[in-house]
Unconditional design. Structure first.
Length: 110
């Protein structure tokens, strides 16, 4: 899967996704870097067939109302450190496909 990780997410997340076998880049690699607008990020993701990975809920409105970005992953964790976020994503990405009680509680907002 191809990802474009938004500026509010750590660039290390793109590296984690690459190590997991995905094609991933951070907005810092775009021509305007982390100064890219949401519209520029959505356009780049749509052009390259990427999923936008973000904490920014503004992308949700564009996705639902205008269909751009076409593919979106909004990470809603509350106020945690980048290290805690990466640890959480590492933990959930290495689990077996069978859901566990912990995974169910995470996806249900607990």
């Amino acid at each position: 899967m191809k990802f474009l990780i938004d500026a509010q997410m750590p660039a290390r997340l793109a590296e984690l996704l690459k190590r997991a076998g995905h094609e991933a880049m951070h907005t810092s690699k775009l021509p305007r870097g982390n100064r890219s607008t949401d519209a520029e990020i959505a356009q780049a993701a749509d052009t390259e067939g990427r999923v936008v990975g973000t904490k920014d809920r503004d992308f949700r409105e564009g996705h639902l109302l205008q269909g751009s970005p076409q593919r979106l992953l909004v990470v809603a964790t509350g106020n945690i450190t980048n290290d805690a976020l990466l640890s959480l994503l590492r933990c959930t990405s290495t689990r077996s496909p069978r859901p566990s009680k912990r995974r169910a509680s995470l996806t249900n907002g607990a």
